[in-house]
Write a protein that binds this ligand. Structure first.
Ligand code: GLC
Length: 755
């Protein structure tokens, strides 16, 4: 059994820590921490009964039921459960003691949970974390989440979610890093590093779980759980790419997804789960199904019954079954019938045991992290920084922002003081009484320096009771500026929460419209789980600040930006469409044979009885043109950044070369600010059509007013490879263009050749 290089690093670390004396025959080898992981796995496997092996492949959810019935204690003692999710913290250690001290072989149970963007201290939702373009900060957030979760016994999280998401109707775009392969690759690796830390030597390490494997973000029409139709080339180029990266980063587990792609449910797709994940990438952690996704292959019409589902899921490569219980129910019979091979069972069980050994659970199974790590000041500070860096300044007409001390500010809108909804989707453990809202921040942090009038206008995002709007409009008369905080309640994004219309819900748009008519400077802040179609509100507002549910410390972070303590630096991790009808929409699209010229006549300007071909036959919408509301990578700052001297060090490269590209960046503004410098490339001709642009590097650069710096990038030519007609991944010789700039509209001003 060859261990995947990254996992081997963990195991080597453990070996180095514990190498030395031979095995003391008094204790079973697998219990001897001085032994190599693989030897311990093999020894333990040799001692296990078939029932105990099958038990390791069974994951159940407790939802706090333990304290009521003791059911899980009995099941764990009998060796029927390898992992539990959703255990209440009170039961975690007691259940682990049952596993370690009462079960026959003392195999620890793997306690898991959806720790998606923080445990108690809640960070921005992953879409917001992507907007920071700050991988170090994202890794830090994951590390903090692992430390806090380990205090309640959790050692496996179902994160990072690295589904490429290009359709904002899909509620789970909130959990993703957005539309871009390069950005998602970097963010996924950062989270894996953060969660897993120094696995094996650190009881706060938490196994990562790369999900949802694979293609779930392409759910047709953005309706959750819907089918996907992704051809092999796009599957590899777009949807598999981040999963391949995190495999190299050492992700310990993967989760199979709900969707059927081209007729094959992901939990029954051997080509992906085994041929690619294990065969091509050498993964030897384990794969867990999504919640009941094995049994749901019956609903898909892909399996006849639970036994067929167990056989199909296991033989495809799903090692551990989450919640639906078909494995524990049918595996012995399937083995007896020869429908499942014992060698495969041993390989699966070995992969589960390996992760438990690599996490150090056999040697330190109980909670050692103190409770005072929860909401630790340094954790809250990191969450505040993440919330600040995730905020995107979309508009700032006449330098409306930053607001000035001494002003009277009307703070309004249903999200201005929404401690629960500010945390966003997938929050089980963040407590709303720890949330600091924008109202809290203005009162507590700025109370002495600005006068704040608070009139919510609406009680919650879907509210249609407009009498409160009258109060807000009336209050505006006494204000120097208005800050209106609108968006989405947390429940309107996330799993099973897709939307067919992306305009502001409830009477929020009416609120913005009527506030705009007061003539006061209007700053609209949006807190949401997705990019909304806010073109009307952008028109009506003087400034717009977008915050993908910013988490526990969103209030102080946004107040710091609004009052100028911090310059905004967030960038759109996903394209903002003008209208939902444009979706799916993303910058790295193909050029087509008839690209839009940008001169198209739109619906309001079409002459009566216009001739059939009079409008120009190019690729655009009559009622929406071609472009988005805001492009990928877009965001304003309080600086004024200029790019010059964009160049490459050569104009021809071999396939093994590295492209050295650079640009001079100058802050011509009046204050220090941070720019996210982005490098894009285009392959002009390929054996298959290529995207008009692809992000291939980015860097956050902070400059003082007047400061200039040369920003250098080193891009291996190998990163220009793609899957050709032969489905082999190669760099093809030819002409390329390259640009360095502030967003995906950047002009590709350099040309070079690959020989
Ligand atoms: C859910 C989600 C998955 C989550 C799992 C456990 O249905 O699809 O992302 O990790 O079940 O809660």
């Amino acid at each position: 059994m060859t261990m995947h290089p990254a996992l081997a690093v963990c195991a080597a670390g453990m070996l180095l820590v514990s190498c030395g004396s031979g095995h003391d025959s008094g204790t079973p080898l697998y219990k001897d921490p001085s032994q190599p992981v693989e030897k311990r796995v093999d020894d333990l496997l040799s001692r296990m009964t078939l029932d105990e092996k099958i038990g390791q492949l069974n994951q159940r959810s407790s939802w706090g039921g333990e304290s009521a019935t003791g059911y899980f204690s009995k099941e764990i003692e009998a060796g029927n459960i390898g992992s539990l999710l959703n255990v209440d913290p009170v039961s975690a250690d007691s259940l682990q003691r049952v596993a370690v001290e009462k079960s026959r072989l003392g195999i620890p149970v793997l306690l898991s949970r959806d720790v998606i963007h923080g445990y108690r201290t809640i960070f921005p939702i992953p879409l917001g974390q992507a907007a920071t373009f700050d991988t170090a900060l994202v890794a830090q957030g994951a590390r903090i989440a692992a430390v806090e979760a380990s205090a309640d016994g959790i050692r496996w999280t179902f994160s990072p979610m690295i589904d490429i998401s290009r359709d904002a109707r899909w509620g789970r775009i909130a959990e993703s890093f957005g539309e871009d392969v390069w950005l998602t690759r970097q963010m996924g690796r950062a989270m894996v590093r953060g969660y897993q830390g120094d696995a094996g030597n650190d009881s706060t390490s938490m196994a990562a779980c790369a999900k949802h494997f694979v293609g779930y973000g392409a759910s047709e029409s953005g309706r959750d759980y819907n089918s996907t139709f992704i051809p092999e080339r796009q599957l590899r180029e777009v949807y598999l790419a981040p999963f391949e990266d995190v495999c190299r980063e050492g992700a310990m587990t993967y989760m199979s997804s709900f969707n059927d792609n081209d007729g094959i449910p992901a939990s029954g797709n051997r080509h992906v789960l085994t041929d690619i994940l294990r065969g091509e990438w050498g993964f030897d952690g384990f794969v867990v199904s999504d919640w009941a996704s094995v049994a749901e292959m019956i609903n898909h019409g892909y399996c006849a019954d639970r036994k067929d589902a167990a056989r199909t899921g296991f033989n495809a490569g799903v090692d551990m079954e989450m919640e639906s219980g078909t494995y524990i129910e049918n595996m012995k019979a399937l083995i007896d019938e020869g429908a499942v091979k014992m060698d495969d069972i041993d390989r699966s069980v070995a992969s589960v045991l390996r992760i438990k050994f690599l996490l150090g659970l056999f040697d330190n199974p109980y909670i050692t992290t103190p409770q005072d790590v929860l909401y630790a000041p340094e954790h809250l500070a990191a969450a505040r920084q993440a919330a600040a860096e995730s905020a995107i300044l979309l508009k700032n007409a006449d330098e409306t922002l930053p607001l000035k001390e001494g002003m009277t500010i009307l703070l309004t809108g249903p999200m201005a003081d929404a401690p629960h909804d500010q945390m966003g989707t997938w929050v089980f453990d963040g407590q709303k009484d720890h949330t600091v809202t924008l109202l809290d921040a203005f009162k507590d942090q700025w109370g002495g320096r600005v006068k704040v009038i608070y009139e919510p206008g609406l009680a919650y995002s879907r509210d249609t009771e407009t009498s409160g709007i009258d109060c807000a409009v009336a209050a505006a008369r006494g204000a120097d500026a208005i800050v209106a905080v609108v968006g989405e309640e947390a429940i309107l994004s996330g799993e099973a929460h897709s939307m067919a219309d992306l305009n502001l819900v409830g009477a929020q748009s009416e609120l913005i419209g009527r506030l705009a008519k007061t003539g006061k400077p209007l700053v609209t802040v949006v807190m949401a789980g997705r990019p909304l179609t806010i073109g009307k509100e952008v028109e009506e507002s003087d400034a717009v600040l977008y915050s993908f549910h910013p988490g526990t410390m969103g209030g102080p972070a946004l107040a710091d930006i609004l009052m100028g303590e911090i310059s905004p630096s967030g960038r759109t991790p996903v394209t903002f469409a003008k209208t939902v009808g444009q979706l799916p929409m993303y910058y790295s699209h193909k050029n087509t044979g008839r690209p839009a010229a940008g001169t198209e006549v739109l619906i309001d300007d079409i002459e009566l009885e216009a001739g059939q071909t009079s409008l120009g036959c190019t690729s655009f919408w009559l009622d929406a043109g071609f472009g988005p509301l805001f492009p990928f990578g877009y965001g304003l700052t309080y600086g004024d950044f200029r790019y010059s001297n964009v160049k490459t060090d050569k104009n021809a490269y071999g396939k093994d070369d590295t492209i050295h590209a650079s640009a001079v960046l100058t802050n011509s503004g009046k204050r220090e600010a941070t720019e996210v410098v982005q490098l894009y490339v285009r392959d002009l001709v390929g054996s298959v059509t290529r995207p008009v642009k692809e992000l291939k590097e980015f860097r956050r650069v902070t400059l003082a007013p007047g400061e200039s710096v040369t920003v250098d990038f080193d891009l291996p030519v190998s990163e220009l490879a793609f899957y050709g007609q032969d489905m082999q991944r190669n760099v093809e010789a030819g002409e390329f263009t390259l640009g360095i700039g502030p967003d995906s509209d950047t002009e590709l001003s350099c040309s070079f050749t690959v020989k």
